[in-house]
Each structure stands twice: as C-alpha cells, then as structure tokens.
Design a protein around this ligand. Structure first.
Ligand SMILES: C[S@@+](CC[C@H](N)C(=O)[O-])C[C@H]1O[C@@H](n2cnc3c(N)ncnc32)[C@H](O)[C@@H]1O
Length: 244
C-alpha cells in the first residue's frame, strides 16, 4: 500500500510551484469558499490544507474571520504553507485528519476541504472527527473530482488523459497501480455522512475547464500525484520504447 504521507512529505515545493502556476487549485478553492457564507468572527478548519490555498481563499473573501486552523499531516506541506501565510488569525496544525480532537481549543463554525477528500483512506473516521469539532449547526464543505465521482457529465479531459496513460502502460507490460480510489456514489456519500449525524444541505457541480497537456506534465512532477508510475523504473519513464 502506498504511503501517501511520505510522498506528501516530499511534495511541498513542487506542489506549491504547480498550484501557483496552473489554475486548478486556485479555481477549485475559489468555488469551494464561494459555496459557504464566510463571515467575520467565524472559526474555520482548513482540512488537508496543503501549502496554503484554501486558507488564502478564505482570507481573501473575509480577512476578519476569528481563526483558521489549517491542518495537514505533512510537515513539508506545512513548512511551505508557513512561508506563504503570516496572518495572526491562522494557526497551522500538524495532525492526521482522523485525529482532530484536542488540537483546537474551541469548536468551529466551518470545515473546508479542497481537492483532498477522495484521497483519505479512512473517510468514516475523518467524518466522525470533523463532526466532533464542529459546533451544532456547523458546516462541512468539500469537493470531489470526476475521477472519483460520477457527475453524469461528459468525461473531463483529465480522465481521458489518465485513461490513455493507463492504456499505454498496460500495452508496454507495466503494472498499473497507483492507489487510485474507486468512484463514490451519491448514496455512499450520504450514508457515510448520515452515520456521523450530518445531513446533506447542498450540492453544486462546477467545471474548472479543460487542463492543458503542459498543466498535466507539471502536475505529474509532484511526487504525491504521480503514484501510478510507481512500478515504472526511471529509465523506462524517460524512454518511450522501453518495456519491463
Ligand atoms: C492536493 S493537496 C490539497 C491541498 C489544499 N487543500 C489546496 O487546496 O491547495 C492534499 C493535501 O492533503 C493532505 N492529506 C492527505 N491525507 C491527509 C490526512 N489523512 N490528514 C491530513 N492531511 C492529509 C496532504 O498532505 C496534502 O497536503
């Protein structure tokens, strides 16, 4: 099984470079934050905060939130995040999302989770952990991408490109692994959340546009995102004619 924590711990600098250059994270974060009413005085958790961008989008929308607790299990991602955000109302917390209790001195109004939910192994534990730190009436907002959820829309080019990479790898005799999770259904998601006492308040589908090949090639230089190449030796990755 792939140890994603180790991979994210090698990804801080690359992920940050990618996230600042290409629109993917900027757009998903802007959209995610726009779905909730962020107000002055609120206490917010940015779950799996990565290098900075969700917290940044929150502060752009409402600089006077009382506190953002930005949580991540990767020290390297937090290292970069700390160089990006110096605001006094942000506290960085090194913790696994399954283990939030005791990390904040107060209950929170909102928990936000951008571009990460599908990566979590123990989603039930994470949802229970979020429920425990939210105030009554608190809101959890997260997103899923088309690779992990069937929106009933035409396949985005991301999926088309990833499927093409898989096909090429299989043709060349490489084993496709990579820890990509199964797609989730709406029923599974609702069941998961209902078991922790959540009710689904709202869903929205949005399109962040096609991704360019240049965007993709850079995306796969982030160690934690290119896991399906793990069984491809470096020399083969650089030589298209190579087979195992
Ligand atoms: C794709 S990045 C997303 C970063 C950020 N939310 C953004 O929008 O820029 C995924 C992040 O999830 C973190 N992560 C993955 N699993 C986690 C877990 N179980 N607990 C805490 N953080 C986790 C990784 O360390 C990484 O920083």
């Amino acid at each position: 099984m792939i140890n994603f924590q180790k991979l994210w711990d090698k990804s801080g600098t690359k992920d940050d470079e990618y996230a600042r250059q290409y629109p993917q994270y900027i757009k998903t974060n802007e959209k995610l934050v726009s779905l909730v009413d962020v107000r002055p005085g609120q206490v917010i958790v940015d779950l799996a905060c990565g290098t900075w961008m969700t917290t940044e989008a929150v502060l752009k929308t409402c600089p006077n939130v009382r506190k953002v607790y930005a949580v991540d299990f990767s020290e390297d991602m937090l290292r970069v995040a700390k160089t990006r955000i110096k605001a006094e109302n942000v506290a960085f917390i090194h913790a696994d999302a399954t283990d939030l209790v005791g990390h904040f001195p107060e209950k929170v109004d909102l928990a936000l989770c951008n571009s990460s939910f599908w990566q979590f192994d123990d989603r039930s534990a994470i949802i229970r952990a979020i429920r425990t730190v939210l105030k009554d009436g608190g809101i959890f907002v997260f997103n899923l991408n088309q690779q992990f959820y069937d929106f009933g829309a035409p396949e985005a080019n991301q999926k088309v490109i990833i499927d093409a990479i898989y096909e090429e790898m299989r043709k060349r005799g490489f084993e496709v692994t990579g820890g990509l999770k199964e797609k989730m259904t709406k029923e599974e998601i609702e069941e998961l959340f209902a078991s922790a006492g959540f009710t689904l308040a709202k869903t929205a589908r949005y399109d962040v546009g096609p991704r360019s090949l240049d965007d993709f090639l850079n995306f796969f230089t982030i160690p934690a995102t290119a896991t399906f190449f793990e069984k491809v030796p470096e020399r083969a990755a650089r030589n298209p004619e190579h087979s195992p």
